[in-house]
Design a protein around this ligand. Structure first.
Ligand code: PMP
Length: 428
């Protein structure tokens, strides 16, 4: 089966389309925190940040099937489940973020937020955090890392330093790191304004995925938001990776920077449907009114009844099963287990993260911090052979990204840590 599946891919998918692992796995099913391949082998899922409430959650399977068998259509009709879901979803957000644009992918959500920012401000420039990925449409590819900018780096995109306290400009030992990193963003705003091109938007992730599992330092967003407001730039929180309780402390990533941080747009995807393709962008009534009068937005599939039923049930499950709390507690436990391995394995340079969103950075030398990129790939391959799935990330691909379902238990954390310990013990 694996050979046939691979041949089919080679014939019909773009050649650049990567698979996880050198010998790809033919997966046939998954349940809760485990995948099962065609030979019935099971793999602990520590890499998949989409299945928030665990794979094939019975309650989601049930509501999706029920709604699919009853009604699936588009938002030109009126149906209860949309109103109910929109109400429930916006209740998780700060007051004022009340209007939902239902779309189909994180890329579309960001695309729409950027389009609205540019339309409303009559400006073009966008300030971003360097190395943050925001999606694949032409507009968002141009505000993503340069390797994705197929149209060339437009001079309207303005990257600011990744606020990485392990290898960046200001370290963990600097209590003002947040304010110092914010200073670079503010300088960028000021420079653009002085050049007569103040930015339309500031677009950020509350914990950088592609940038290498970088937690925003405390005190970073508040001064940036104040500067954005001074310059009339709109703020876009890309919650595609971090939202829905994953960070434990708060339901939304931007909230981990303080209760007074309220973006103009919140974009969401991935976890929103536990793998069912759906996404959303939420903004204020005021912004929506300024953009909307001519009916500038409609998505055929966005907000369809099946998506709304799945999204609504997902929010219920997160609450009923206390999953945000589990992300906080078991996420911390997982990091403690990983940090303990650093005492015995020199290769581990840094363990960081928030909730169930962690990074383990491997270096060849703790002084020079030379990225152990090849070793990291080998570690992932060996972990796979031991039945634990995780994958590298970061600019040098030397960081394990750990994003298990929020149903991950301490026993799963022990299992993962033991597998990593054994892999590192094998040596090179
Ligand atoms: N934003 C972030 C932070 C992402 O990680 C991704 C996808 N990896 C996207 C946006 C784009 O989402 P999608 O693939 O659903 O279009």
């Amino acid at each position: 089966t694996a050979d046939r599946a691979l041949r089919g891919r080679h014939e019909h998918l773009p050649e650049s389309h990567p698979t996880y692992f050198s010998r790809p796995i033919a997966m046939v099913r998954a349940r809760d925190c485990r995948f099962y391949d065609e030979r019935g082998r099971s793999y602990l899922d520590a890499l998949n940040n989409v299945t928030l409430v665990g794979h094939s959650h019975p309650r989601l399977v049930e509501v999706a099937n029920r709604q699919l068998g009853r009604l699936n259509t588009n938002t030109r009709f009126v149906y209860d489940v949309l109103s109910e879901y929109a109400e429930r979803l916006t209740a998780t957000l700060p007051d004022g973020l009340d209007v939902v644009y239902f779309v189909n992918s994180g890329s579309e959500a960001n695309d729409l937020a950027l389009r609205m920012s540019r339309y409303l401000t009559k400006r073009e420039d966008v300030v971003i955090i360097d190395d943050a990925y925001h999606g694949y449409t032409s507009v968002v590819a141009d505000v993503s890392p340069s390797r994705y900018r197929h149209y060339g780096k437009p001079d309207t995109t303005h990257p600011t330093p990744v606020p990485d306290r392990y290898r960046g400009l200001y370290g963990y030992d600097d209590p003002d790191a947040g304010a110092r990193y914010a200073g670079h963003v503010i300088e960028t705003f000021d420079r653009l304004a002085a050049e007569g091109r103040p930015p339309a938007a500031y677009l950020f992730e509350a914990l950088l995925a592609g940038g290498g599992q970088v937690v925003l330092p405390p005190g970073y967003l508040a001064p940036v938001f104040a500067a954005a407001s001074r310059h009339g730039a709109l703020t876009i929180a890309d919650e595609v990776q971090v939202g829905f309780g994953r960070l434990g402390e708060a339901f939304w990533g931007f909230q981990t920077q303080g209760a007074d941080i309220v973006p103009d747009f919140v974009t969401m995807g991935k976890a929103i449907g536990n793998g069912f393709p759906m996404a959303a962008m939420v903004t204020t009534r005021e912004i929506s009114r300024a953009f909307d009068p001519a009916g500038r937005f409609f998505s055929t599939y966005g907000g369809n009844p099946v998506a709304c039923a799945v999204g609504l049930e997902l929010l219920n499950i997160v609450e009923d099963e206390g999953l945000q709390h589990n992300a906080l507690v078991t996420g911390e436990y997982l990091r403690e287990r990983l940090a303990a391995l650093a005492d015995r394995h020199e290769l581990i340079g840094d363990v960081r993260g928030q909730g169930f969103y962690s990074g383990v950075e491997f270096v060849r030398d703790r002084e020079t911090k030379e990225p152990a990129s090849e070793e990291t790939l080998i570690i992932c391959e060996r972990l796979k052979d031991r039945g634990a799935l995780v994958y590298p990330t970061g600019p040098a691909w030397n960081i394990l990204k750990l994003k298990p379902p929020l149903t991950f238990t301490p026993a799963h954390a022990d299992e993962f840590a033991a597998a990593l310990d054994a892999v590192l013990e094998e040596g090179w």
